[in-house]
Design a protein around this ligand. Sequence first.
Ligand code: SF4
Length: 264
Amino acid sequence: MKEKKFKAIRKSAFMVYKQCPKRFEYNYADPKYWDYGTTTDKSNMKTWRGNEFHEGVEHFFDNLIGETITKELPELFRNHLPQHEDTVVNGWFDWFSDIELKRYQTEDMKYFLPIANELKVYYENTIDRTGHIDRIDRLNETNICSVEYKAGQSYDMTIPDRTTSMNSEIGFYVQILKLSKEYPDYKITHWKVINPVHKKVWMNKISPISLRSVETVFADMVDKIIKKKVFPKKISPLCHWCPYMKPCDPFYGKPLGIDFNKPL
Ligand code: SF4
C-alpha cells in the first residue's frame, strides 16, 4: 500500500468528531492516535476489564468448532472460556457462556457459529476508514448481524440517545462493509450489543437514516481535514472528561486575577 497523506479514520475518532470536532482535531494530531483503548495497564480498570473480556471471547467460537455435542454441553461451553483471576471478568465469562448456550439451544444451529470474529475492516479512499468488528453472525441465508461486545456502564440501550449513538457506531462499520463489498452475498440488516456489565443483549435493525447520517458527517470531516478548515469547539459537560481540556482552554488552571481583599 502506498504511503498515505492522511491517517485513516478509526471508528472511535469518528465518534469523537460527532461529540466535538475540536476534540477530534486534537485526537487526530496526537501521536497516540492509534493506541486509544488498547491499554493492558490495570490503572484503568474499566478499559482493562473490557479488553480482558474481548480477548477471552475472541477464540470461543473457533474452539467450539468440531466439538462433539454431549449432555455435558453447559460445561463444554464454559470450558472454552478462560477461568479468570479477576472475579468480575470471570463472572462475565459465566454469563456469556449461559447466553451463548441459550442461543445455541433456541436458534437455528445452522447459523450459530459466526462468519467472522475480530474482523479488521478497511476502506480505501481519499481518507481511508478502518475498524474492528467484534463478530458477525448469520441470521438466515441472506441476512447478517454486526455484533459488538461493550463492557461499559454507559452502554445501556434503554438510556435515551444510547441507541442513536450505537446506530452511528455500527453504521460506521456497516458503511465500510458495504463500500468495500466485504460480504456481497449478504444484507447487513441488524446489530447486536452484548453487555456483560448489565448482563443484557440488545438487538436492533440497522437504520438507513443513520447510515445516511454517517456519510454526511464523514464527508464534512474529510472536507475539514483536506481543506484545513476550522474544527469548532462543542462546549458541553463532557469537556470535564476531555483529555485535551488543557490546550483547548487557554485559561485552564490559571487564576482569574481577582483580588478578594479589595472591596467590590
Ligand atoms: S475541552 Fe470541550 S470543547 Fe475543548 S476539545 Fe475537549 S470536548 Fe471539545
